[in-house]
Design a protein around this ligand. Structure first.
Ligand SMILES: Nc1nc2c(ncn2[C@@H]2O[C@H](COP(=O)(O)OP(=O)(O)O[C@H]3O[C@H](CO)[C@@H](O)[C@H](O)[C@@H]3O)[C@@H](O)[C@H]2O)c(=O)[nH]1
Length: 327
């Protein structure tokens, strides 16, 4: 079976590639761009096929899909950092919407039997009222950022291409996910990296934070990528599914959990630059529909995820120090 992962060099993409490799029955293709960093997939590079492709280039995408003829497409490539979408709203919308349109059009033109998973987001729900929790797929979408609007467009294009052309598309609205290799701008990874830097004496004992009152529903990325596989194996085309753990934590609790793994004394400082024009206050997902349809359930406890993430940063920073020191 041939699977294509867009954004294979990224956080979720690299974990999905590892998961599919471990299955043993999947031939894995992945797209990257000239500027993509390869460190997340260096350890598996000899077992996957990498294809350079700018997804905003329609002709390049058509050629790539026609050549590979994938049976599964996992569309994970995106501008996924919410604050960047305020700094670069046009780029976020263009990148996220046009890339996906090109993939849909290329599959349609190639006329191949191919299932497509679209990585949508819980950010689409945006403003959620207390009596709407936990959020179901039927909840109104009240976006709070340009990123959320881009994901709603991706989501609705998935619905429309299923309705109009019968493309076999499954949409996954994934709530926050984290784990080793999480990009350092995202809150869990950012705090973990700061703590690891403090432990190694690479920064003063100050942890900079933004809004600690926000609540999020976190799942381990290694559970999330299993869900993506199951979405295409057992999900109903045309459907949209929440992928979430069903429990919520404040960002303060995230910080406290990470701090419980270190003996380094730290001071917490609010950095006003980390506060957003509008922040989603609470996200808590109801994944019952997905669990019942596919048999999926998250298995890795939050504490384990946080422990692994902090260890990832300790190992990464130590390896960087060794490289710099020439040892
Ligand atoms: N990034 C960051 N966020 C902080 C910080 N301090 C507090 N926060 C708060 O921590 C929460 C989570 O922020 P992020 O980790 O940046 O994630 P996100 O905005 O919730 O978006 C993530 O989840 C979405 C799914 O709900 C994904 O779609 C999106 O791509 C991303 O992974 C937000 O409420 C943010 O204001 C900080 O120093 N840095």
């Amino acid at each position: 079976m041939k699977a294509l992962i867009t954004g294979i060099t990224g956080f979720a993409g690299s974990h999905l590639a590892e998961y599919l490799l471990a299955r043993g029955d999947v031939e894995i293709y992945g797209t990257y761009r000239a500027r993509s960093r390869m460190d997340h997939i260096a350890h598996i590079a000899d077992r996957i096929r990498l294809v350079e492709c700018e997804l905003q280039d329609r002709e390049a995408v058509e050629k790539m899909i026609a050549q590979i003829k994938p049976e599964h497409i996992y569309h994970l490539a995106a501008q996924s950092f919410v604050p960047a979408s305020w700094s670069f709203p046009a780029e976020t919308l263009m990148n996220n919407i046009v890339s996906q349109l090109n993939i849909f059009e290329a599959v349609r033109m190639a006329d191949i039997p191919c299932k497509i998973q679209v990585a949508c987001s819980s950010e689409e729900y945006g403003l959620v009222y207390p009596d709407e929790l936990p959020v179901q797929e039927t909840n109104p979408l009240r976006p709070q950022s340009p990123y959320a609007v881009s994901k709603i467009a991706q989501d609705f294009l998935g619905y429309q291409y299923f309705q109009s052309y019968g493309l076999s598309i499954v949409r996954t609205r994934t709530f926050n996910h984290t784990g080793p290799r999480r990009g350092e701008r995202f809150v869990t990874s950012n705090f973990a990296k700061q703590i690891a830097q403090i432990e190694l004496g690479l920064q003063p004992p100050h942890v900079y934070v933004g809004n600690l009152q926000a609540r999020r529903d976190f799942t381990d990325v290694r559970d999330v990528v299993k869900a993506y596989w199951l979405a295409l194996e057992r999900g109903v085309p045309g459907s949209v599914y929440n992928i979430s753990s069903g429990s919520t934590r404040t960002i303060q609790e995230v910080l406290d959990t990470l701090l419980s793994f270190t003996s380094a004394p730290v001071q917490i400082l609010v950095d006003p630059k980390r506060l957003r024009p509008s922040d989603v206050e609470v996200l808590l997902g109801d994944a019952t529909a997905f669990c019942e349809q596919t048999g999926w359930k998250p298995e890795i406890p939050f504490h384990q995820t946080m422990r692994d993430l902090l260890q990832y940063w300790r190992d990464t920073l130590q390896a960087q120090a060794r490289t710099k020191g020439g040892g």
